[in-house]
Design a protein around this ligand. Sequence first.
Ligand SMILES: Cc1ncc(C[n+]2csc(CCOP(=O)(O)OP(=O)(O)O)c2C)c(N)n1
Ligand SMILES: [Mg+2]
Length: 363
Amino acid sequence: MSSRIDLPFTRYLDPEGRLVGELPDWADDFNLLTQLYRRMVLTRLFDQKAVALQRTGRIGTYAPTLGQEAIGVAIGSLMHSEDVLVPYYRDTAVQLMRGVRMEEILLYWGGDERGSAFVDPAAREDFPICVPIATQSLHACGVASAFKIRGEHRVAVTTCGDGATSKGDFLEALNVAGAWQLPVVFVVNNNQWAISVPRRIQCGAPTLAQKAIGAGFHGEQVDGNDVIAVYDRVKAALERARHGKGPALLECISYRLGDHTTADDATRYRSADEVKQAWMEEPVKRLQGYLASHQVWDEGREQALIADCQRQVQAAVDNFEAAGIQPVESVLDHVYARWPAALGEQREMLLERVARREVQGHE
Ligand SMILES: Cc1ncc(C[n+]2csc(CCOP(=O)(O)OP(=O)(O)O)c2C)c(N)n1
Ligand SMILES: [Mg+2]
């Protein structure tokens, strides 16, 4: 018996940025497309800087978003401010679009809890980055249930990787989303790898999108390197969810061009040829090719954009470095709404160790 279910796959631009299908009406807006391009470039330059900061010991681990800029920028530009993002750790692009500040992202990866206390009102109810794989999928269903019970026209958007779709949490989340017809959109960043485990041995189904069918709702595949395709499909999924028409799962197919995190060395488990091939498909060059072929982008604009982005990134790094070090016990401050008395003893032990200088405290 075949396990193939025919699901839509959307792509408008080929790897060179040439049209392969008739564009949706909204895509005639070159201002919008240029804006998406600018944000993808900003994300990429910030990402490079974050990796450099880790290499020089100024932040801890960082999970590069290199290669997934189109997915995040499209999601972030379509969500309404009152929607809630429930992200995972490779979501720099979406977070920046939501108004999370670059210095907040650096604080988070530098181990500072202030990095999850987003200042921008649009992001204030967004969840912090989730590192435990797929647990956020269930949190998003909780948020979406609240929206539904209160009769609010808001959507919870949650992201995860291809590997995360193998977790029980993810499958349980799909089940409850379908059973209760929740206003939630699941976006899977299928970047082909879960650290060193390739997609092909991760799951026996031909697509990850078809997991939605088993849960009784809409699933489809999208070229995650084509921002026009991602934007179009996320737009439709958000509209459906917002108007009570149920959840959706979008499997966005991309490639993790960087290491899994700064603690990983991907050359140990994948070939240079594979990575070289993936670079030919990447999302920034693709959109740039399309814009240039319509005379709305050129080398002068590119250089001006890069200089502007570098200035923004450097200003954020300066703010991050000026933020100072938090007291060590602050790691406990934001975990619970009400502090559980049973943990008081551990907090005391931590403070004693700081006093004995066994743990680096606040200088
Ligand atoms: C519950 C849990 N198990 C294991 C890990 C270790 N871990 C971190 S990332 C990762 C792979 C995730 O791959 P994928 O879902 O494809 O996302 P990607 O990192 O490729 O974006 C694993 C197993 C974890 N963080 N949480
Ligand atoms: Mg992956």
